[in-house]
Design a protein around this ligand. Structure first.
Ligand SMILES: [Cu+2]
Length: 536
């Protein structure tokens, strides 16, 4: 059992459920509700108790037949609504308002983007494991939006991915449903629309917020809880290769090997400004600590594309959970690494009084904002940075030595790269197939059927030089092999595979319905690195 686990009472920075309410907009009972859907004869394990779509405007751009038929189809398929809750009205337990925000990332660097409830990141959403809540999504923008509950076991209708036929939130409309949060731990919520070449859309925008699902029991052994969400701003296209941690090990042959078809590499995304909790280093409030405290950090990489590293000079991180799930072997490290959408829970013993920079070891990125000040009570002076000891991030050090259970089936997943296609964008095929999100009914997009209850191994082989944060929706997988090192017990929903790397992950197909797999780098998923499973 984990010796330390998040507990709400200790939080100073986190919003309690009560304070969260102040940050949310509540709506009167909807008068324009389209229809309530009831079906009290079935109830799934997910206990989704009602779905209603309230769409005041549905523009021609809305990519579904209509919200009404979509909702009807959703409930008819498997959500098992109940009569008593089928017309949720009045105040929702969780209300997310998608709308324009101004984010003052640094002095004279205010970003105009789209966020949640007037900010970016949106407010922390705390939920209780297994306790069903009513969710209301309000879209104040002109475009259909998708709200994805990353890391949870929700039915496809409300998971928030077009490829799973989830419900959209119509432009200037609302979507209301009930969801039962699980599993416990650090999750998050973010937009799931495609961006393609539009760097104001999708995860390039400010639409993300941490979600914490509290376990029903389990007192934590820490004094303070701090939530940190990183993000990058002012994105631009470049042909310069954005180097990721670990790239320095690549040899020149590998660097050139992916220049497929003799074409040069296509667009990459770069950024000019970086933030933690929406503020560049030095611009926001410091994290205030006292000597001797055990501080539990919940860190979320809210980037659209970047792999980041974080260090706190003079301190070590005791990693207790990855992607919200307790690890078999908690260990201390000097430097944390997080691919896009990964989360780390780590405890730091505050035993080096002073004023420090918690930030990325990459000087350029830290100078452009990727850091936050940690201030001990009674300490004075300027924040100090020191280069951390050389450190190698390796998932398997948190895993058990025994082998993972043998899978019933192995699915080879070959990740390729086709350089410089349409408008200079690369494509990233899976097993030779480029998924086309613009035409979901295209034959090459047909879901692969998996049998409910079987244990599957996704055996990834990366034949490109790109790092991919690989994500499976609606499931938690177990790392079975990382770069030739067998392991078990490390449960995740995103795994970072290096250029030319190999990783095996296992999951049991317990959750019926459409299930999306994709790379969490926005540009990679938009340009092909997706595959849909259908668990039947
Ligand atoms: Cu990728």
């Amino acid at each position: 059992m984990l010796d330390a686990w998040p507990h709400p009472w200790a939080s100073e920075l986190a919003l309690s459920y009560g304070r969260l309410a102040e940050h949310l907009t509540f709506f009167l009972p909807p008068t324009g509700m389209v229809k309530a859907y009831t079906n009290d004869s079935r109830r799934t394990f997910l206990k989704v108790a009602g779905i209603a779509v309230i769409g005041s405007v549905i523009t021609p751009a809305f990519p579904r037949p209509s919200a009404r038929t979509a909702a009807r189809a959703a409930v008819a398929s498997n959500t098992g609504a109940t009569t008593e809750a089928a017309t949720p009205s009045g105040s929702a337990d969780v209300s997310l308002r998608i709308g324009p925000v101004m984010v003052e990332v640094a002095k004279d660097r205010t970003i105009s983007t789209t966020g949640y409830n007037g900010s970016s990141p949106g407010p922390l959403i705390r939920l209780k494991e297994g306790k069903t809540v009513t969710v209301e999504l309000v879209n104040e923008t002109d475009v259909p939006e998708l709200v994805h509950w990353h890391g949870q076991y929700l039915p496809p209708e409300i998971d928030g991915a077009a490829e799973e036929k989830s419900l959209f939130v119509p432009p200037h409309g609302k979507l209301r449903y009930r969801l039962t949060p699980q599993p416990r731990g650090m999750r998050f919520v973010h937009t799931h629309v495609a961006a393609f070449s539009d760097l104001y859309r999708g995860t390039y925008s400010g639409q993300h917020a941490p979600v914490f699902i509290e376990p029903a029991d389990d007192p934590g052994q820490y004094d303070q809880e701090v939530f940190l969400t990183t993000h990058e701003w002012e994105p631009f296209f470049t042909h310069e290769e954005m180097d990721s941690p670990g790239d320095e090990e690549k040899n020149e042959d590998e660097k050139h090997e992916s220049d497929e078809g003799g074409k040069p590499n296509g667009w990459e995304v770069g950024y000019r400004l970086f933030s933690i909790n929406g503020r560049a280093l030095g611009h926001g409030e410091p994290i205030r600590v006292r000597q001797g405290q055990q501080v539990l950090f919940h860190i979320l990489n809210g980037s659209a594309t970047e792999t980041i590293e974080l260090a706190l000079p003079g301190h070590r991180f005791r990693v207790v959970a990855l992607d919200g799930n307790p690890v078999p072997v908690p260990r201390e490290v000097d430097v944390l690494q997080l691919g896009t959408a990964e989360r780390i829970d780590a405890i730091v013993e505050m035993n080096q009084p002073g004023i420090w920079v918690l930030g990325t070891p990459k000087d350029d990125d830290r100078n452009n904002g990727l850091g936050i000040v940690v201030e001990y009570a009674g300490s004075m002076g300027k924040p100090k940075w020191q280069k951390p000891p050389k450190s190698q991030w390796d998932y398997t050090m948190f895993g058990s030595d025994r082998l993972a259970a043998k899978p019933d089936r192995v699915i080879p997943m070959i990740l390729g790269k086709i350089n410089g296609g349409e408008h200079g964008f690369n494509h990233w095929p899976v097993n030779g197939v480029v998924y086309d999100p613009r035409n979901m009914s295209a034959p090459q997009n047909a879901p692969m059927k998996l049998e409910k209850g079987l244990r599957y191994r996704l055996s990834f082989e990366n034949r490109s030089d790109d790092t991919h944060p690989l994500h499976l929706h609606r499931n938690t997988f177990e790392l079975a092999n990382v770069e030739g090192r067998p392991t078990s017990g490390v449960m995740k929903d995103v795994v970072l595979i290096k250029g030319f790397g190999r990783v095996d992950v296992d999951f049991t197909a317990d959750h019926p319905g459409l299930t999306l797999f994709h790379c969490h780098q926005q540009i990679h998923m938009d340009y092909g690195l997706m595959k849909v499973f259908d668990i039947v």
